[in-house]
Design a protein around this ligand. Structure first.
Ligand SMILES: NC(=O)c1ccc[n+]([C@@H]2O[C@H](COP(=O)([O-])OP(=O)(O)OC[C@H]3O[C@@H](n4cnc5c(N)ncnc54)[C@H](OP(=O)(O)O)[C@@H]3O)[C@@H](O)[C@H]2O)c1
Length: 422
């Protein structure tokens, strides 16, 4: 029996549903043969497909419905053995991800997800990389807003640098028009699933150093000049704080991969986000510290998980943001790359060249995310000749660096451009 091209698992979740809606359009646009949706409730999946059909105006009766539960190993095996690609939207990945990765590897299915959880991603690399290579499949996490804009942004900057790129600093800004703010306060801007992943991620953050020691026992060679993390930066009248998402972890792993596999000089990377004016910045710092402390004790962690809206000052809700809020949330990553012109003495002179790239888009959590996720899946399915020879558990940058994924992202409104220093 021939396998389905892809299956969206966790299709009934907030992100999963957006992925299914987009997939209806992409299956036509990119001529995808057959695909399916999977989850643990048949009724929910059937209702989802009725809703998707209404919303898109398309006949979706040919989309296969598969019942699969993370707690039922056989159901995961059945799902993975009937598809070439699992698109996993079922998170938090720390709680639900590993059985799906394991089943994908064992049943020779490729796998992509939108995890932004470094511990999960690095643990999967440690545990399944060899097996995935032996099976000849790609297991690629962080294919959403974490961390396609940043990871592929660094690759894009390098491809357009014409010289030696030493470091990239990323500055994230988000924007929403004032007339949507009241609705955003009412319904939030992020769905509960991301909050749950974040809370568990911070709670277990201290596991990372030991994990990294196992994953990368040898340090990278010292790079000059060293890119230090600034605690607080001012650009114009606004302040920027370190962005503690998954981007630094993912870009680091990509650069490690390119250093080990292709002997490329690693690029140093730091990420920041715009926190606003001084008062907002001080409040953000206090909020961050309070969140960190609260994740550390089960009693306060449960408060965070039980009362997401109150604890996130209205940003997180269980019903998720409205379409209007999502479609009016815009983002820009400004990636400032520094290095040397071609022919410069890299060892003995200071960097003499700056190139700036911008990655821009709309609806970071659920629009740009699912576009990036589905373009990642399609790239693995359709561009075998441009992927690394072996499979494995790797980052988007490592797997997609020689593909046309950026072209496909741009076609779908996740834009990459060089804005300065061409
Ligand atoms: N990187 C990014 O930019 C980005 C953006 C958005 C989301 N995310 C991540 O995506 C993940 C999902 O977020 P979300 O907001 O979509 O969460 P959600 O709405 O809670 O969806 C979770 C999904 O997992 C399913 N699920 C839970 N337990 C299961 C089990 N035992 N077996 C099978 N399915 C199970 C749920 O099925 P039921 O419907 O049956 O309960 C649901 O479909 C989170 O980890 C989030 O952080 C990342």
């Amino acid at each position: 029996m021939s396998r389905l091209d892809l299956v969206i698992f966790g299709a009934t979740g907030f992100t999963g549903k957006q992925a299914v809606i987009h997939m209806v359009k992409f299956a036509k646009k990119y001529d995808l043969g057959s695909w399916g949706v999977a989850g643990r409730s048949e009724t929910k999946l059937a209702n989802l497909m009725t809703e998707v059909s209404k919303k898109t105006g398309e006949d979706v009766s040919n989309v296969k419905i598969i019942i699969a539960d993370v707690d039922d190993e056989k159901s995961l095996k059945d799902m993975c053995s009937q598809t070439k690609m699992v698109v996993n939207c079922c998170g938090p990945y720390r709680l639900y991800g590993e059985p799906v990765v394991k089943a994908a590897v064992e049943n020779k299915a490729n796998y992509v997800d939108v995890s932004g959880e470094p511990q999960f991603m690095e643990l999967m690399q440690l545990r399944y990389d060899e097996q995935a290579r032996a099976a000849g499949v790609f297991i690629v996490s962080a294919c959403g807003w974490d961390s396609i804009p940043a990871d592929m942004g660094v690759i894009f900057l390098k491809q357009n640098f014409a010289g030696t790129l030493n470091s990239v600093e990323s500055y994230l800004k988000t924007y929403m028009p004032p007339e949507v703010e009241a609705e955003a306060r009412e319904r939030g801007v992020i769905n509960y699933g991301t909050w749950e992943s974040l809370v568990y991620g911070i709670a277990h953050h201290d596991e990372l150093p030991a994990l990294r020691k196992k994953l990368y026992p040898d340090p990278l060679p010292p790079l000059k000049p060293k890119l230090l993390r600034q605690k607080l930066q001012k650009k114009g009248s606004k302040w920027y704080l370190p962005f503690l998402g998954a981007d630094e972890s993912v870009v680091y792993r990509t650069q490690r991969y390119l250093y080990h596999k292709e002997q490329q000089r690693p690029i140093q990377f730091r990420a920041y986000f715009k926190s606003g004016g001084l008062l907002q910045t001080i409040l953000t710092i206090f909020g961050g510290i309070l969140l960190y402390i609260m994740t550390k004790f089960s009693f306060t962690r449960n408060i965070l998980l039980k009362y997401p809206k109150v604890c996130s000052f209205g940003m997180i809700t269980r019903e998720g943001p409205t379409d209007n809020v999502m479609n009016n949330t815009h983002f820009t990553f400004e990636l400032v790359g520094k290095g040397w012109e071609n022919g410069a003495d890299v060892e003995n002179t200071k960097p003499n060249k700056t190139v700036i790239a911008k990655v821009t888009g709309t609806n970071p959590g659920y629009g740009a995310t699912v576009v990036a996720l589905l373009m990642s899946a399609l790239t693995i399915l359709k561009e075998k000749e441009n992927l690394p020879a072996a499979g494995g558990v790797a980052t988007p940058g490592a797997v997609f660096k020689n593909t046309n994924i950026i072209k496909k992202l741009i076609e779908n409104n996740l834009n990459y451009e060089i804005v300065d220093g061409k």
